[in-house]
Write a protein that binds this ligand. Structure first.
Ligand SMILES: Cc1cc2nc3c(=O)[nH]c(=O)nc-3n(C[C@H](O)[C@H](O)[C@H](O)COP(=O)(O)OP(=O)(O)OC[C@H]3O[C@@H](n4cnc5c(N)ncnc54)[C@H](O)[C@@H]3O)c2cc1C
Length: 438
């Protein structure tokens, strides 16, 4: 046990969670000129890495975990950021003000002046019989991906449970490796939480064209044992059996809030933060997949809080939290965006389409280059683009600049999207306010 206090200054910052948000928070503190000690503690053994390639390039063997590092060891040393890996913080003893001591599972102790939580999320588990069989995988960490990659090399038939981004990216990767692939999901459309109906339908057709079998609105009730402890498929609620020698469960992620709960912070599907990234104790900040924050854009009908799972929002929230710690708080206001790569299809999404009352499809989905623009009244609130990176940039700029594309001309692909944008009539401008620190 090491009782040495790692960070001696009362202004020292301890960041719990060493990945996208945690590393960004540390980097942004230095960018803001924060002069005090910064320590980032992470539970995983790997240097902080990008997660997106885990379901893409890493799975089909095109990259290694080492090459996914967010920053080099030299960078952390130059910036005076103390990176400590393989230590899980299990408790926080509070002192005066924002300070205290964080205690790791190993017994190691870290004193701090200010605390930041960037604890991310974990893969949701499917609590059915057979969930512990060999060949049933989840995908969240680099170690999960390496294990899955090993199993994929030996598998013939892959069953993916879940039709969200990770499930579909794994399905595409497995297909690229020549495996038979079946996707089964409880929802009645793919990507239902993130995109509108036309984009869901496009991905259903695109995966089918590439040999993926899809079962919508089904519920696995147990995984079947081949007699040796190895999975041989899943039984559905309607009695059908889907055969597979490898199962990947991709049914979403749950925020890691256990430490925040232990600290008595307000947690409600994520660590609740205000627009400046402050938690309910008024001094600890939090950012990334673990937080529930006020929506960073105006949402039709209003919405108290939202939790994101994307690189862009983890980075923006971390910048916001760093600004707060550095004494220059600013509200997180920015158009959220994310991407997904499946086969040769790049999906890019900006804004929050949840409150739309109509949409316009721009281009022909069968060409596999098209977009969908979502409206609330005449206000453009979001858009999805497939294999249209230039148009996606125009969409983001329009949303950020409080502009719209009149729905009656939005489908005209003879005119570039950029040229179709006009000033929005009223409140859309607020949706475009970009975070001051970005
Ligand atoms: C397979 C996969 C593919 C993805 N693809 C995309 C994509 O294409 N586009 C996109 O925008 N987003 C994608 N994402 C989402 C994106 O990677 C996440 O939104 C982002 O990583 C969130 O960063 P984070 O730092 O908040 O959390 P995380 O990346 O989850 O990191 C949190 C870290 O904190 C550590 N930790 C937790 N609790 C403790 C503790 N008590 N003590 C110490 N350490 C702790 C965890 O071990 C973890 O390393 C993908 C995610 C996955 C899993």
């Amino acid at each position: 046990m090491n009782d040495t206090a790692v960070a001696p200054s009362s202004d020292s910052v301890l960041i719990v969670g060493a990945c996208q948000a945690g590393v960004q928070l540390a980097c942004s503190l230095r960018e803001y000129g924060y002069p005090h000690p910064i320590t980032v503690v992470g539970a995983e053994p790997h240097a902080p890495y990008q997660r997106p390639p885990l379901s893409k390039a890493l799975l089909h063997g095109e990259t290694t975990v080492d090459s996914l590092a967010l920053r080099s060891a030299e960078y952390y040393a130059e910036q005076g950021i103390d990176l400590i890996l393989g230590e899980r913080i299990t408790d926080v003893e509070r002192g005066d003000g924002g300070g205290g001591t964080a205690v790791a599972e190993s017994g190691r102790r870290f004193t701090f002046g200010r605390l930041a939580l960037t604890t991310g999320a974990r893969a949701r588990r499917l609590p059915v019989e057979g969930a512990g069989l060999r060949g049933v995988h989840y995908l969240r960490t680099a170690d999960d991906a390496l294990e899955l990659r090993g199993s994929l090399a030996r598998a013939e038939d892959v069953l993916v449970i879940g039709g969200g981004f990770i499930g579909l990216e794994v399905a595409a990767s497995a297909r690229k490796l020549g495996r038979g692939v079946t996707v089964a999901l409880a929802d009645d459309r793919l990507l239902g939480r993130a995109v509108g109906a036309p984009t869901s339908e496009f991905f259903l057709q695109a995966h089918t064209r590439r040999g993926v079998r899809t079962h919508l609105s089904v519920q696995p009730v147990r995984f079947l044992d081949d007699g040796s402890g190895q999975v041989r498929g899943a039984e559905l609620a309607d009695g059908r059996v889907l055969t597979a020698d490898l199962v990947v469960v991709g049914i979403g992620a749950a925020p890691r809030t256990e430490l925040a709960e232990r600290m008595g912070l307000h947690v409600d599907n994520g660590i609740v933060v205000d627009a400046a990234g402050l938690t309910s104790d008024g001094t600890t900040v939090a950012a990334g997949d673990c937080v529930a924050c006020p929506p960073p854009v105006d949402v039709p009908g209003g919405l108290e809080r939202i939790r994101f799972e994307s690189v862009n929002t983890a980075v923006e929230q971390a910048r916001t939290a760093a600004a707060t710690l550095a004494g220059r708080p600013a509200a997180y206001r920015a158009v959220p965006w994310f991407w997904s790569d499946q086969f040769d299809l790049k999906l890019q999404v900006a804004g929050l389409s949840g409150g739309h009352d109509h949409y316009v499809v721009r281009g022909d989905p069968d060409s596999e280059k098209f977009g969908v623009l979502y409206y609330h009244g005449s206000r453009l609130i979001a858009g999805d683009f497939v294999n249209r990176p230039g148009e996606f940039l125009a969409l983001r700029a329009a949303l950020a600049g409080g502009r719209t594309v009149p729905p009656e001309v939005a489908g005209d692909t003879t005119v570039p999207l950029k040229k179709l944008t006009v000033e929005a009539a009223a409140p859309a401008a607020a949706a475009g306010a970009v975070h001051a620190g970005s």
